[in-house]
Ligand binder design. Structure first.
Ligand code: ATP
Length: 346
């Protein structure tokens, strides 16, 4: 029996986390969920989006399934009241990752027959650094009509993410690492990132290394995405390019992810809380369900993970139960039910 934290999330979070719990339950893996209030639920119960007790529970359990939390849209950010210290973060997701020491956000992008068109065979992975860059929270307004953000890049964090990407590539039988940057303009910051990634990848002669400007990467990802394998990116480019890559295969609702730190893994969809469709049964639960499959694999339940993936692929290929983002009319519950029923025959 594995004990796993569950953060039900905001917006579409509760709907897709319920769907994921059902599918993982039907996979045969033995999981016990430990409810952890964060986001709006955390604020309601404990007066904070990131309650200290919730953070402690995730740290203790080491693994969590996290549905999306609403990103702050106003100034002030999110406050964490640690014993003897108050820390402030620009958003709840940003604060959660940094409080847990999760520095590597892995987002596999895979196409599916039936919904991904010409990109049904696409298979690439974005490895995004999530502790620094322009999302470090170093923004200020020195005077009216002027605002500044610091882009923080360190050799230590850049090397750490590069090593993570290389080790990930080797473990998963991948061959090529692409460092994404804009070092021809941001000479010092992106220059340091690029130089650090290049130095680390040189220690892995079995991997092919290349680097690409972020603007060229957008173009090339749309034109020839199959030329990419593992992309390693600073925080902000990783945020933006992972939405672009999800669109290639058909929907943000298909894109899973995980944040890794030392001794902690938080599995989450690449998309946000989608408040525009929340509570209407329109959400595609597949991204979080596939994040659940990654969680099963991480827990050593490879067979159950395979069953979940095959059931998802079969239902998408069949095309009878697609949510509106995929061009269908099925509800979240109908797609979930179809995946659960398919699990026995895959
Ligand atoms: P965040 O800043 O928190 O990442 P965001 O502002 O980028 O969030 P999302 O919440 O990811 O936005 O939503 C972007 C668009 O994609 C919205 O129109 C939303 O409805 C749609 N979307 C996102 N996730 C899903 C999903 N699982 N199923 C269907 N549509 C989705």
């Amino acid at each position: 029996m594995h004990r796993v934290a569950i953060i039900r999330g905001d917006g579409i979070g509760p709907e897709i986390s319920e769907a994921t719990v059902r599918v993982l339950g039907a996979s045969g893996a033995k999981l016990t969920w430990v409810e952890v209030p964060m986001g709006q639920e955390g604020r309601r119960l404990f007066g904070s989006e990131l309650p200290w007790s919730s953070l402690e529970t995730v740290r203790r359990l080491g693994t969590a399934l996290k549905a999306p939390l609403v990103a702050e849209r106003c100034c002030g950010g999110v406050v964490v009241e640690a014993p003897g210290e108050v820390r402030r973060y620009p958003s709840v997701n940003n604060g959660l990752r940094r409080e847990l020491g999760a520095y590597a956000n892995v987002r596999p992008v895979r196409g599916f027959a039936g919904v991904s068109g010409r990109y049904q065979h696409l298979d690439l992975v974005l490895v995004r650094e999530v502790t620094e860059d322009t999302y470090a929270g170093l923004e200020r307004q020195p005077e009216q009509g002027r605002a500044e953000a610091t882009k923080l890049i360190t050799q230590e964090a850049s090397r750490r993410i590069a090593r993570f990407a290389c080790e990930y590539a080797i473990r998963h039988g991948r061959r090529k690492i692409t460092a994404v940057h804009k070092a021809n303009v941001l000479h010092l910051t992106d220059g340091l990132f690029l130089e650090s990634v290049r130095a680390v990848t040189a220690e892995y002669p079995s991997l092919v290394f290349q680097d690409r400007m972020v603007d060229a990467t957008c173009y090339l990802l749309v034109r020839h995405p199959q030329d990419f394998d593992v992309l390693v990116l600073p925080n902000q480019y990783g945020d933006i390019l992972s939405d672009l890559a999800a669109a290639l295969v058909g929907s943000l609702g298909l894109a899973p992810g995980v944040n890794f730190g030392n001794g902690v893994a938080v599995f989450e969809a690449a998309h946000g809380a989608a408040p525009d469709i929340a509570g209407r049964g329109l959400a595609n639960p597949v991204a979080l369900i596939l994040s659940g499959a990654l969680l099963l694999e991480y827990l050593g339940e490879a067979e159950a993970a395979g069953r979940v993936r095959r059931a998802v692929a079969a239902v998408l290929a069949e095309g009878r139960f697609l949510t509106p983002d995929l061009g269908g009319r099925a509800t979240t519950a109908e797609l979930t039910q179809a995946i659960c029923e398919r699990m026995d025959s895959v």
